[in-house]
Design a protein around this ligand. Sequence first.
Ligand code: FES
Ligand code: FE2
Length: 420
Amino acid sequence: MLTREDNELLTRVGPGTPMGEMIRRHWVPACLSEELPEPDCDPRRVRLLGEDLVAFRDTSGRIGLMEEHCPHRGASLFFGRNEQGGLRCLYHGWKIGVEGNVLDTPCEPFTRRLTHRAYPVHEQGDVVWAYLGPPEKRPPFPNFPWTLVPADRRCVGKVDYVCNYLQAIEGAIDSSHADLLHSGYEVLGWSEEEIRKLEPGRSRFSQPRWEAENTPYGFRYAAIRKPTGYDPEQFKSVRVTCFAVPFHCLLPDVPHMFVPADDETTWFYDVRTGERAFDRSASLASRGELVGVDLTADRHKVRTLQNNYHQDRTAMAARDEKWSYSGIAWGKPHQDMAVIESMGPTYDRTREHLGVQDVGVVRMRERMLAAVRSFMETGDVAELDPSIPYDRISGELQVIPVETPWQTVADYCGESVRTR
Ligand code: FES
Ligand SMILES: [Fe+2]
C-alpha cells in the first residue's frame, strides 16, 4: 500500500513534476526507427512525458524531434511538408530544421531568426531516443546489451498501454502472475502431461522464493525454484530480473521499457533478440504486436477495454486452449493489458492488499521513491553514474548448485553485491 502522496509522486510525469523532471534526465525512447523509415518520409506525432511533439527525418536522414505546434501561431507541424532539409508548416509556410532553427518565413519580409523547441535524439537499437532535460545535464547514451545486438538479430515491438507507466511496470516486475494470467493450468485442472504437450518446458504452478537487492542502477531480484529435471538437493533454478530506473525491465531474454506518453498512457517497447537472424514479422505476430493485424499504423492496439479485448467466454468454458484460463487470446501483452488497464488509468494504491509474492513490486516502488527523493534533494540522478556498465545489465535464467549465491548468475552485480 502507498500513501496518496507517494502514489502521486511516483505516477505524475508532466513538466515540472519531480518524477517528470527526473525521467527527463534520462534518454527516453521517442519512437521506433521504422516509424521514420526514410529521408523526407511522413512526420509522426510523438506524445512524450505529457508533451506534444512531432518527429521527422529530413532529406539527409537526420531526425528532428520538436514541439508539435508551429512557433508562428501554433498550427500543428504534423501536417507540414517534409522536404529539402526541413519541415514546413502548411499555414504560412514557416520552415524548421531538425535542430529547431527557423529556416524560412516566406510571408515575412525577412527570415525570422527564431529557434523552436527541439530535443537532441540518438538512434540506436532500432529506437529513436530523445533527451528532454537541461542541455548541461545530458548523460552519455547508455547502451544495454540488447541495443548492441546486430539489427537482424533483434526485433522491437511497440504497443500502447492506456494507463500510467508505473502500473505497466508493475505488471512486468510481478512474475507471479505468469502462472495464472498467462497459463492458469492448475486452475483449469490440466495434468502435467497435458501442460507439457502444449508448452514444453513449463511445469505446474510453483511458488518461488524471492530475493531482491538494490544496485547502483536500480535493483534486481531472483525467483528461486526447484529445477525440473535436476536433483533439487543439489541444484536450484534462478531467474534474475533487473530493473534500471526509471522504466527498464530486463527480464531474461526479454527487455521491456515502459515509457510515459503522459500520466495516463504509456508506450510499451517489447524487445526480442536471438543468437542468429530471425523472422521479425513472425516474432511480432507470435506476441500479438503486428501492425495491420493486432495494431493500427500508430501502434494502438485493436483489442481494447472498450471491446473487452475480445474475451471469449466459450473458450474459457471449454478449457482446452492455451489461453482458456483468461479467454483472451495470445499474445501475452493483451492479457497483461486487460488486467492492468482494468485497474483504471492510475490505480489508487491506498486501496490494495499486497501479498508475499508482491516483493518485486514493493521493491520497485521503494527504489523509484528513493531515486526521485534523492533527485529532489541533490538535483542530480544517482542512477546515472557514468561508471555504471549498462552494457552488462541483463536478466538471466540459470540452473546452479544450491550453495552458489544467486547473485553470481548475472555478469554485472554492482557495488552493493561485490563488497559482500
Ligand atoms: S502557424 Fe505555422 S506558419 Fe503560421
Ligand atoms: Fe504478463
